[in-house]
Write a protein that binds this ligand. Structure first.
Ligand code: ADP
Length: 390
């Protein structure tokens, strides 16, 4: 959640919605899994390299608290990032700009100590790393659905998330939980990858379905999200990872590397589509007016006006709307007519969080919802559609 500019808390333009360190990054994509050991970090680094081969400028943020493996996979173990102008300088290996928990936390530090430290480091990764201009920043998340995942989902202005699973039932079932967490915080799912999907024997050319195959594709169908592809089990992936030479560097003709290249191409398409969908609905400017009402400049140039009172009585939060029936529980007569908006936050890439003068601050107003309830004269008289054409 981005806090309003301290010099002028009443007004924010689009370039101030994103954390300053992430402002020059076109697509920020989380690589997530329900369970550890499914090959999420391996996919993250090889995807980064495949995107680079496609001509993109790519960064990799290793936010995996429990197993930060990127320094090893990129051949940068025991290295330290420089600090310059109060910002951490990422390392560059194999053409990938990267920063890792593993560069800052020692491998043998206990987990109880790691978790609170990790949250501070994650905040630094969002606010204090000089990522520079990038087409893609891939974030290698820790497995599961804890605080780190939520913080990044809400603060890192994610374009979307990729869910990695293996074909076993247990991995698929935890991957579903991960996917639902992103959906709950309105982070689009860019696709599902099934890793360790069958084993192609180099000697006899036969494929064995060691863990079965096809679960990832079925899961994508079940949730109506894209299936990005399947990567076979390949012993060279293990060796290349251990040697600090990702398979995309030396073995890019192998079936596993070819699968990653195909996944990277699809990901580029889905990320571009998501980027243009978001750009069409993200406000260009949000301002609290002198009378405490809200003004929003939309990307199509429409200037919307919202009375604080109308927003308060239409607050969509769980305190104001019964979750089961959808019925409003707030009594409009009890809301002061002179209520004002005191502050706002930009939440992810989809909503505004509003703080009202009666102290209520739990409502998240999706951009699409706000656009539909625009109260400017033109929208009230029906001259404007009052909705997005996306
Ligand atoms: P995670 O990030 O999900 O915990 P990793 O990427 O660290 O998982 O991978 C766990 C192990 O599995 C590593 O030893 C890695 O080399 C290996 N691995 C990942 N994908 C494959 C694959 N397709 N074939 C063979 N080994 C793989």
């Amino acid at each position: 959640m981005a806090i309003a500019d301290s010099h002028n808390p009443q007004k924010k333009t689009h370039d101030q919605f994103v954390r300053p360190g992430l402002a020059k990054i076109t697509n920020i994509i989380a690589i997530a899994s329900g369970k550890g050991g499914v090959g999420k970090s391996t996919l993250a680094v090889n995807l980064a390299m495949a995107l680079k081969r496609e001509g993109a400028k790519v960064g990799l943020m290793d936010a995996d608290i429990y197993g930060p493996s990127q320094p090893g996979m990129l051949g940068a173990k025991n290295e330290q990032p420089e600090i310059s102008d109060n910002a951490l300088k990422p390392l560059v290996r194999h053409g990938i700009t990267f920063m890792s928990m593993g560069l800052l936390l020692s491998e043998d530090s206990p987990v109880v100590w790691r978790a609170p430290m990790a949250m501070k480091i994650i905040q630094q990764f969002i606010d204090n790393v000089d990522w520079g201009e990038l087409d893609y920043l891939l974030i290698d998340l820790p497995p599961g659905t804890g605080d780190v995942q939520l913080t990044l989902a809400q603060q890192a202005s994610l374009t979307g998330a990729v869910i990695v699973t293996t074909p076993q039932d247990v991995a698929l079932s935890v991957a579903r939980k991960g996917l639902k967490m992103f959906q709950q915080v309105n982070v689009p799912i860019l696709g599902i990858v099934e890793n360790m999907s069958g084993f192609l024997c180099k000697h006899c050319g036969k494929t064995s379905e060691i863990f079965r195959v096809g679960g990832g594709r079925k899961m994508a169908l079940e949730f109506g999200v894209p299936f990005l592809g399947a990567i076979p089990l390949d012993p060279e992936i293990v060796m290349s990872g251990d040697n600090g030479q990702p398979i995309m560097e030396n073995g890019s003709n192998s079936p596993a590397a070819q699968a990653v290249i195909s996944i990277a191409r699809k990901l580029q398409q889905y990320a571009a589509a998501e980027h243009s969908r978001t750009s069409a609905i993200e406000p260009q400017q949000v301002e609290i007016l002198a009378n405490g009402d809200l003004s929003i400049l939309w990307p199509d140039g429409h200037q919307g006006i919202h009375k604080a009172y109308s927003l308060r009585i239409k607050c969509p939060c769980a305190q104001c709307v019964d979750e089961d029936s959808g019925r409003r529980t707030i009594d409009p007569k009890r809301v002061p007519l002179g209520i004002t908006i005191e502050a706002f936050d930009i939440v992810g890439r989809y909503a505004l969080g509003l703080k009202f003068s009666d102290g209520h601050s739990t409502g998240l107003f999706a951009f699409t919802y706000l656009r539909e309830m625009c109260e400017c004269e033109s929208c009230r008289s029906g001259n404007q559609k009052g909705s997005f054409s996306v």
